[in-house]
Design a protein. Structure first.
Lengths: 122, 610
């Protein structure tokens, strides 16, 4: 190309443009990132709030159930059920009871001698 | 021309500059000077202070079994301004709320007069029902949400927000009337009114927290903009010294004896003499703390813990005081013989239930001789007798951690008449609470020390446990006197004593009967109204418990109305069951029912017992 023609072509400041685009892109990405992070923060905190409410509700439900369990297994309630014949106590016959006495050391030796009710254990 | 242009430009510039300056000033005024004011207004508009609920502490027995706890419930509230179809909503809610549709409709239709007094608008806060369980509230919320999701043809009948559910807690007593006087109850505001609920209210009370929250247009919370938060403080869990299993043993026997003898009042107390811990405490009449009865005029107040708020004459159970004091002073020994005037002592107009001539001090207690005890007290002297009674805790609060305790009364010697000492020695004219009588017996049982009755074992707050240690007040009598008195008291439950029916097979028991006459309105001693009691301990050598059985004015016609024959057997039954539960090892040979002479001998003596 002749020198005359080259004079009429505007030289592009490539480096400057690249710098501008890069800064623009960084700013854009930062902005978008910020917005994205803000949205995520809102979403996650919303989720946290929901979980808090759920756990509180679960705690209330658990406590409610605990109260019911205590109430239905209370001695007063069991006595009432026993009186109403809902269930009954059946006596255990003497021969069915195994009485294990304290092991006695055999005289002379230092071995333990097991002792059990001869009639009872079956 | 140029000058004119320049001037115009300058003028425009100045105007613009002034405008911007004005705007800037306004901005500074709004943003800086009035910052706080507008921040407050904005906060008021968007911020809400929401409560964070705390729980009142639970009350537990010594083994951690709940005696009082909280049930989370919801209060169902409606907003009338958001409802168009009142009948539809009333119909929808009637099932799950277990209320008639007409009742709900009437509530929903409530109006409030507008500020100017012209016309009426729907009420915005209508309580439909309190105490709805969490599960039921969830069911209602689901039902309402489903109906809103599928609206009628003519549009939305009511908004989802028309029905709200506010958090609440109700105090639940799972054991009902059992131990009601000890546990107590709370009022509607959740403040303890009686029993441990009242005396330990400061420890049990919770403090709700709060949080500033911001909501968006749809009412959803913007968690990011949460403001200042005050955390809730749960109440402490109070663990009692009461053992619910022992309490049940005591209450079962109390119910049986109530049916048999129909007393006006009854009080049973089981106490550990070494530590002063209350192991069981039951009174009749009683009430259900889940539905506290309203006090009716003339009817007995069932909510009163008569073990500490009522006073009775202790009767012969008081005789341990003059006898142990006289042993301490060295005035008598157990074998000192006392002339018991053959039933009637004219000088002091005092009589015995049986004819006794010479009796040793040991037998004065065993046979519960009024004359013998009065003579011992007279030898002791006015001042020393008075001091002994006070030292044993009579006329003074025991300082148990329960509300409304009374002192009882011991009249000082300067106000006595000629007969006072002889009457007070046998437990008359000396009103005391059932707890004071039990605590006095604990002095003998533990070797001579007056303990402060303890009902709270510990309080657990925020993971820390605050323990309540046993406390003694003072030494009343030396160990030796207590041991000698115990020896005499062991004779009471033997064949020749006043309460052989109080004996427990396999164990040595020490105790004292009490048969106190009540006084009529005219001041005369009644021959029909008695306070029957037995207070004893077991095993006598190393007591695991002291038990008082006290029946005030039995109404049923009984063959024999004495502490030994009525209260004694009840003591025996409770003590036997308690021994099994506490795994006490028998120390005495157990006589089988068919053993020669055993049963017949006991029964014939019991008839004469007093």
């Amino acid at each position: 190309m002749s020198a005359n023609r080259r004079r009429h072509i505007n030289a592009l400041p490539g480096l400057k443009l690249l710098l501008c685009f890069s800064i623009g892109a960084i700013l854009l990405m930062t902005g978008l990132g910020y917005v994205y992070c803000q949205n995520e923060l809102h979403r996650l905190l919303g989720e946290t709030g929901r979980l808090e409410r759920d756990s509180e509700q679960l705690r209330n439900l658990t406590e409610g159930v605990e109260v019911k369990i205590t109430k239905y297994s209370s001695k007063q309630e069991l006595k009432k059920k026993l009186d109403n014949g809902f269930f009954k106590l059946s006596p255990i016959a003497g021969e069915k009871i195994v009485i294990v006495t304290i092991p006695v050391k055999a005289t002379g030796t230092k071995e333990l001698r097991p002792v059990s009710n001869e009639k009872g254990a079956r | 021309m140029t000058t004119t242009m320049n001037q115009r430009g300058l003028a425009a510039g100045i105007v613009l500059a002034m405008c911007f300056t004005g705007l800037s000033c306004r901005l500074v005024h709004l943003q800086v000077t009035r910052h706080k004011h507008y921040e407050g207004r904005a906060a008021k508009q968007n911020l809400h202070n929401e409560p964070i609920y705390a729980r009142r502490g639970a009350i537990l027995d010594v083994n951690g079994v709940p005696l009082a706890q909280n049930e989370p419930v919801k209060t169902v509230v409606a907003d009338g301004s958001l409802i168009k179809d009142y009948d539809g909503l009333a119909q929808l809610l009637s099932g799950p709320l277990k209320m008639e549709a007409a009742v709900i409709r009437a509530k929903l239709g409530r109006k409030v007069k507008s500020g100017q007094g012209v016309g009426a608008s729907p009420m915005r806060y209508i309580v439909l029902r309190k105490g709805v369980s969490e599960i039921e509230a969830n069911e209602i919320a689901r039902l309402v949400a489903d109906t809103v999701a599928t609206p009628k043809k003519d549009g939305l009948v009511y908004a989802k927000e028309a029905v709200r559910y506010e958090q609440d807690f109700v105090r639940v007593y799972p054991n009902g009337s059992s131990l009601c006087h000890v546990v107590g109850f709370v009022n509607e505001a959740g403040v303890g009114m009686d029993g441990i609920e009242a005396s330990m209210n400061d420890r049990l009370a919770s403090h709700d927290g709060s949080r500033y929250v911001e909501r968006d247009r749809t009412g959803r919370e913007l968690v990011l903009y949460r403001g200042q938060e005050k955390p809730p403080t749960d109440g402490g869990n109070v663990r009692l010294t009461i053992d619910l299993n022992l309490q049940q043993i005591v209450e079962n026997e109390l119910d049986i004896v109530m049916k048999q003898t129909r007393p006006k009042k009854a009080s049973f107390i089981m106490m550990n003499p070494k530590t002063g811990e209350i192991m069981a405490m039951a009174n009749r009449p009683h009430f259900n703390p889940n539905a506290v009865p309203k006090q009716k005029k003339g009817a007995p107040d069932t909510t009163r813990n008569i073990a500490i708020t009522d006073q009775v004459d202790p009767g012969s159970t008081f005789k341990i005081v003059p006898v142990s004091a006289a042993l301490t002073e060295g005035i008598v020994s157990l074998d000192t013989e006392i002339w018991c005037e053959n039933r009637y002592w004219r000088t002091y107009k005092l009589s015995d239930s049986g004819t006794h001539g010479m009796l040793s001090v040991r037998n004065v207690l065993a046979k519960s001789s009024n004359i013998g005890t009065a003579k011992i007290a007279i030898q002791l002297g006015d001042q020393k007798f008075y001091e002994a009674a006070r030292k044993f805790g009579f006329g003074d609060k025991t300082s148990i951690n329960l509300p409304f305790e009374i002192r009882g009364s011991v009249v000082p010697p300067d106000k006595w008449d000629k007969l006072s000492l002889s009457r007070m020695a046998i437990g008359q004219s000396l009103p005391a609470t059932p707890l004071q009588i039990t605590n006095a017996m604990c002095v003998i049982a533990n070797g001579g020390t007056l303990m402060i009755p303890q009902i709270v074992r510990d309080v657990a707050v925020d993971g820390h446990t605050l323990e309540y240690k046993p406390q003694d007040r003072w030494r009343v009598v030396p160990q030796r006197s207590a041991t000698l008195t115990r020896e005499a008291l062991m004779q009471v439950v033997r064949a020749k004593g006043t309460a052989p029916l109080a004996s427990v097979p396999g164990f040595k028991v020490a105790g004292k009967t009490g048969t106190a006459q009540k006084f009529e309105e005219n001041g005369r001693a009644s021959h029909e109204k008695f306070v029957l009691s037995f207070v004893g301990y077991m095993p006598a050598e190393d007591p695991a418990f002291v038990l008082l059985v006290l029946l005030d004015e039995p109404q049923a016609k009984l063959d024999s109305e004495t502490g030994g024959t009525v209260a004694g057997p009840v003591f025996s039954r409770i003590a036997e069951k308690a021994a099994r539960y506490l795994n006490l090892q028998p120390t005495e040979p157990i006589l089988l029912p068919g053993a020669a002479g055993a049963k017949g001998k006991l029964t014939s003596n019991a008839r004469n017992g007093r």
